[in-house]
Design a protein around this ligand. Structure first.
Ligand code: ADP
Ligand code: ASP
Ligand code: MG
Length: 407
């Protein structure tokens, strides 16, 4: 716990909150309000608007598969632009501020470019700035590896920067500020009557994030759980009370669906014929060697003549997918299919498959609408279905109506 003499708040502002100079100035005013309440404020900032996508697009216009190191050098620039502009705005408003890159902030990561994990934070310079009465502005989404290379933390990774900094500074409060009033029962851009969720347990939020809810990054939630830090997901400009994510368990909610989440940006991979186990392990070794994060790996056990498998490749942080696909197709000609037009919809809630009722209802809801389910995965917190991407929005609405509509 921080002493009264040293009360630190960490605030993170996402890309939409700093999308243009007017918004940046409004964010500066929100930071000043917090400082005037007597806090020392460390701010983590994302790249402005869709800057990261534009930088990625630029790289892909130049080359088919960007080199991982150079791509991270490029992508880290987005957050460096917003940190300097925000610091300039605060200084001009009479509140001295200083900006720091991830490296200058002491955010040390492993060496996995595009999806690095934070292994340590050495926030000396941030502490010195706060001690000197400055507002510290930190570029999110980036760190420096033990090999002294610039790394990025995966899409949405500024959330992780904020959690790690809050832990390292022993912050009293952590706010992740975005364009929504916290975590809702579904993405409000798709489901009009999505409802705000007041409190979520770490595990529930982590499952929601892993299943595609952009509002908080899953690695950030995992880090917060480990560090015992509560996350307050709030709206930057909209008021409202937001959502608290923390150590909240409530047995009365067991078995209830809390949210419906979708992921568009995936490829569903399936074997066309049975594989011997040594070929499957060789394929997995190849994916590991390329630092490819796959998920929901499923093996159909066959006696005698091999195994069927399916798995999902999340594309968000996989900037060389075509290379991976082409290499696997070359090694196993005509034996693997890459379904590039599919997505997943997931129902989230602790104890969701304690009995079969939720699963049956989900299958019936989609079946009645004529939506084919290609695969189903379940866990204690999740029921995920793989369907055609064209049906994602409709499926999300139908499942939200079936499980979460009020009244
Ligand atoms: P930021 O740039 O502030 O980090 P993100 O775009 O990463 O913001 O995340 C906020 C967006 O997440 C919202 O605009 C919303 O469309 C989307 N979203 C998806 N699922 C949910 C959900 N369950 N609750 C709230 N927002 C969600
Ligand atoms: N700018 C990065 C992204 O677009 C990181 C972030 O916004 O958190 O993914
Ligand atoms: Mg985000």
């Amino acid at each position: 716990m921080s002493s009264d003499a040293y009360r630190v708040v960490v605030q993170k502002y996402g890309g939409s909150s700093v999308a243009d100079p007017e918004k940046l100035k409004a964010v500066a005013r929100r930071i000043i309000e917090t400082k005037e309440k007597g806090y020392r404020v460390a701010v983590v900032v994302s790249a402005m608007g869709d800057t990261t996508n534009r930088l990625l697009g630029l790289a892909k216009e130049v080359v088919k598969t960007p080199t991982a190191r150079e791509l991270d050098m490029l992508l880290s620039v987005g957050e460096r632009i917003s940190m300097t502009l925000l610091s300039m705005a605060l200084n001009e408003m009479g509140h001295p501020a200083k900006s720091f890159t991830g490296s200058q902030s002491g955010i040390i990561t492993d060496t996995t470019h595009s999806n690095a994990r934070i292994i340590e934070v050495r926030p000396q310079r941030i502490r010195e700035a706060l001690d000197a009465g400055l507002i510290a502005i930190v570029a999110g989404f980036q760190g420096v590896s033990l090999e002294r290379e610039v790394t990025t933390l995966g899409r949405g990774g500024s959330d992780t920067s904020a959690v790690a900094l809050a832990a390292a500074l022993d912050a009293e409060f952590l706010e992740i500020c975005s364009d929504v009033d916290g975590v809702l029962s579904a993405d409000p851009r798709i489901v009009d009557d999505a409802e705000k969720i007041e409190q979520l347990a770490y595990e529930e939020m982590q499952e929601m994030a892993e299943a595609g809810a952009k509002v908080l990054n899953s690695a950030a939630v995992a880090y917060a759980k480990k560090a015992g830090i509560a996350i307050h997901s709030v709206s930057t400009f909209g008021g409202g009370t937001g959502t608290a994510v923390g150590d909240f368990t409530d047995d009365s909610r067991t078995g209830l669906v809390r949210g419906v989440v979708y992921e568009r940006d995936i490829v569903f991979v399936a074997s066309k014929e049975r594989f011997p186990m040594d070929e499957i392990t060789a394929a997995l070794d190849y994916l590991d060697g390329e630092h490819v994060a796959y998920k929901q790996f499923d093996l159909g056990i066959q006696t005698g003549d091999g195994y069927d498998f399916t798995f999902i490749l999340p594309l968000e942080n996989l900037h060389g997918y075509e290379k991976i696909r082409d290499e696997l197709s070359r090694r196993y000609p005509d034996k693997i299919t890459f379904f590039e037009g599919r997505g997943t919809v997931s129902l989230i809630g602790e104890g969701i498959i304690n009995d079969g009722a939720n699963l049956k209802r989900a299958v019936k809801t989609l079946g009645d609408a004529g939506i084919d389910i290609h695969d189903i995965h379940t866990s204690r917190f999740r029921i995920s279905v793989v369907i055609e991407r064209d049906h994602l929005n409709e499926a999300l609405g139908l499942l939200h109506d079936a499980f979460l509509a009020q009244g």
